[in-house]
Design a protein around this ligand. Structure first.
Ligand code: NDP
Length: 315
């Protein structure tokens, strides 16, 4: 397939791996790129020197294009940007912040910029800021999420209506069939997080990956909207948050309960009770921890099957 997204990034399949904190290191990003998608290093959980190390290792592990996901609320965002420019990274996916602030600098350095949005207002802002493409990430997605709870099914056509930019659908895309659905809604590509979090190459803890593939529908919920909304798997920490809501806890109390480093504790150190386990609703669909190669192959074959089935069912 050749389309606006494969042409923009110089990749074979319009499948982008989400730059998930604690999961998306150089091994995952390079494997996805080597198998025809676009791998992203998730810089949100990396100190600047760690990001530099991952970029350098990724360059050695793949000759294909790869990029960096940059949450704009990262405390040392300036240092990350310096490293991205110094290392000659050509693709940045920015999220959690205003794209107007940094996009012109990236463009000056010939970097393609894609911004992640959860509503049409930010899609318009992203286009005005000069980004090259937009990720429309719906309510189903894991980790940080929009407050409005707009599902991928609604968000993709809504964003499509307000922008002419290449559009990448995210949130709930865990199979080639879901990819076909997103493309039918008008997306030019998909961003896949949860499926790759449960891959062999993800840097997440094995216990976290096992918990992902054991999860059932209804096991995740969007919470902590007063701080930054985040979709989490139910566990001891999640229960504590629920209890705090029941007793009418203030924003400050919620912040204190969250503390620091919960995401690392859960996803990287494998503390399934006290850590934050950030994953999307679609995790309920996965039964095994697979290699990136197998995941990419099944996406392609399921996508092709779905498209050919649909072609024989016109109304
Ligand atoms: P916390 O404040 O709870 O903890 C910070 C964590 O980030 C620590 O574990 C710390 O590692 C690590 N870290 C890496 N670089 C730095 C730095 N320069 N200063 C301080 N800590 C750093 O934050 P979270 O873990 O919840 O989130 C971390 C980042 O990831 C944020 O920038 C956030 O916006 C982003 N994020 C993005 C998501 C998304 O969906 N795009 C989802 C969740 C988070 P150590 O323990 O080794 O000190």
């Amino acid at each position: 397939m050749q389309n606006r997204i494969t042409a923009l990034f110089g990749i074979r399949y319009p499948i982008i791996q989400g730059g998930m904190i604690w999961n998306s290191g150089w091994e995952l990003a390079s494997a996805v790129s080597n198998h025809g998608g676009l791998g992203l290093i998730g810089s949100g959980s990396m100190y600047p020197h760690i990001l530099e190390e991952h970029i350098q290792k990724c360059k050695k592990a793949t000759q294909k294009p790869f990029g960096v996901n940059l949450p704009l609320i990262y405390p040392q965002v300036n240092d990350h940007i310096d490293i991205i420019i110094k290392e000659g990274i050509k693709i940045v996916f920015s999220s959690a912040g205003n794209p107007a602030k940094w996009t012109p600098l990236f463009k000056e350095h010939g970097i393609k910029v894609v911004h992640v949005v959860a509503n049409t207002k930010f899609a318009i802002k992203s286009e005005e800021s000069g980004v090259d493409a937009i990720v429309a990430e719906g309510f189903e997605a894991g980790g940080h999420n929009g407050r409005e709870e707009t599902t991928t099914m609604c968000l993709v056509p809504l964003v499509k209506k307000v922008t002419t930019l290449p559009l990448i659908a995210a949130g709930g895309i865990g199979s080639g069939r879901a990819m076909a659905a997103a493309m039918a809604l008008g997306a030019d590509g998909v961003q896949v997080g949860s499926r790759f979090a449960a891959s062999k190459e993800s840097s997440g803890h094995t216990r976290f990956k096992e918990r992902i593939i054991e999860s059932k529908d209804g096991d995740t919920m969007l919470t902590l909207k007063e701080l930054i909304p985040v979709r989490l798997l139910h566990n001891g920490f999640f229960e504590k948050v629920q209890q705090a809501y029941t007793r009418g806890a203030s924003k400050e109390e919620l912040q204190e309960l969250l503390g620091r480093g919960r995401a690392k504790k859960g996803m990287f150190e494998g503390d399934l009770e006290e850590g934050e386990l950030e994953i999307g609703q679609i995790s309920a669909l996965f039964d095994s921890i697979d290699s990136v190669e197998d995941i990419m192959k099944s996406f392609v074959s399921e996508y092709n099957t779905a498209i050919s089935e649909l072609q024989s069912t016109t109304l």
